[in-house]
Design a protein around this ligand. Structure first.
Ligand SMILES: *Cc1c(COP(=O)(O)O)cnc(C)c1O
Length: 380
């Protein structure tokens, strides 16, 4: 029997790495050190080594990572934080939750990441931080963003939940891993992320020692010494079991990215000449780890394409269907005079195809053949 095609194939990846993963998990079960076991700090050190940054502090999820980073930077109610209008809700959520003011700016139509020119235009005397999101697996254009931040003395918090392992190339040729260019980087280990665990997980990274110790303190109830609370913190830990899983998977992260790139190359080639389909644009300044493979469609009913794909057993997703400024929870927080034409267009035209590390060639052939035939029969 043929297996079902999925957006993300976690089952087959587990089977492929099962021996190592099971061993890592059973070691934790045997130790019963479910909280703060040695695997947590080992994983933090291994990830810091991989990212080539000084400090990694693991936490409970990627949303917490953003919140803890913003708390550690001492951002105060009323401070304005600039972020992209086309992103997952978590980015704006923590800004609003901390009573900071989210200032959304539009994204670039090719890369889907925050438009540096729009950032500059949105800066006011109250602006304290910029949160670029490395969306779908590709770095935002960090060099101009870092220049703007330096000029206006702003923090840069990189939301790296979707692009861990991607690399940015500066104009002088030097390279840095996504999440390690700004003041602080945050990531998520949600199971479907490129480095996913078997539940929730996240991490914050920085090169600043003082900031790192503040982050660690805030993630642990604001305590430096047990039962001594210097400030209000949160309880946000990475379970030992998840750290053990991540320690195994981190070794394969570059291989995962290579596998995802092979899938993207195959899709790109197949769809290159297809009218009404724009394949993902690869920015010259960033490698791509293809967290998502996202097309832009034009001249065709997107829902109809999805229904026809689903009819032959091919799932597809829309990331993201409703922009933040049209979400009830955020409407009042967002300046009514601002407009986000690129984001509006993207929300109406993007379509993400299955993307993961475990495809069989026949599945890719089938997806491509089915997609092209739906396009060629459009209007009939
Ligand atoms: C997944 C994600 C988050 C949040 O991560 P969780 O671990 O689910 O809390 C934040 N930002 C972006 C861009 C994400 O994709």
């Amino acid at each position: 029997m043929q297996r079902e095609i999925k957006m993300v194939e976690l089952g087959a990846q587990y089977q492929r790495l099962k021996v190592e993963l099971d061993q890592a998990i059973f070691t934790v079960l045997g130790s019963t050190q479910f909280i703060k076991g040695p695997q947590v700090s080992t994983f933090e050190n291994n990830l810091a080594h991989y990212l080539q940054c000084k400090y990694v502090i693991a936490c409970a999820n990627g949303t917490d990572a953003l919140q803890i980073a913003m708390m550690a930077l001492g951002l105060q109610p009323g401070d304005e934080v600039i972020t992209a209008s086309f992103t997952y809700v978590a980015t704006a959520e923590v800004i609003a939750l901390l009573r900071l003011t989210p200032v959304l700016v539009d994204v670039h139509p090719d890369t889907f990441t925050i438009d540096p020119a729009a950032i500059e235009a949105a800066i006011t005397p109250k602006t304290k931080a910029i949160v670029p999101v490395h969306l779908f697996g590709q770095c935002a254009d960090m060099e101009p963003i870092l220049n703007i931040a330096a000029k206006h003395n702003l923090y840069v918090i990189e939301d790296n939940a979707q692009a861990i392992g991607a690399e940015y190339t500066f104009s002088n040729g030097s390279k840095k891993k996504s999440g390690t260019m700004g003041t602080v980087g945050t990531t998520s280990f949600f199971p479907s992320k490129n480095l996913g665990c078997f539940g929730d997980g996240g991490a914050v990274n920085t090169d600043n020692e003082e900031l790192a110790s503040k982050i660690r303190k805030i993630a642990n109830h604001g305590q430096s010494v047990q039962y001594v609370h210097d400030e209000i913190g949160v309880n946000s830990r990475l379970d030992t079991l998840q750290a053990a899983v991540l320690q195994v998977k981190l070794k394969y992260l570059d291989d995962f990215a290579a596998r995802r790139n092979r899938v993207a190359d195959f899709y790109d080639n197949a769809f290159a000449e297809l009218a009404g389909v724009k394949v993902p644009v690869r920015a010259p300044y960033s490698s791509h780890v293809f967290h998502q493979y996202t097309l832009q469609l034009s001249g065709i009913q997107r829902d109809e394409v999805r229904t026809k794909l689903a009819g032959v057993g091919i799932p597809s997703m829309i990331y993201y269907p409703i922009p933040l400024h049209h979400q009830k929870a955020y409407e009042s927080a967002i300046n009514p005079s601002s407009s986000f034409p690129v984001t509006e267009t993207l929300c109406n035209s993007v379509l993400s195809l299955p993307m993961h590390t475990e495809f069989e060639q026949q599945e890719l052939n089938f997806i491509v053949k089915s997609f092209i035939s739906i396009f060629n029969s459009k209007g009939s």
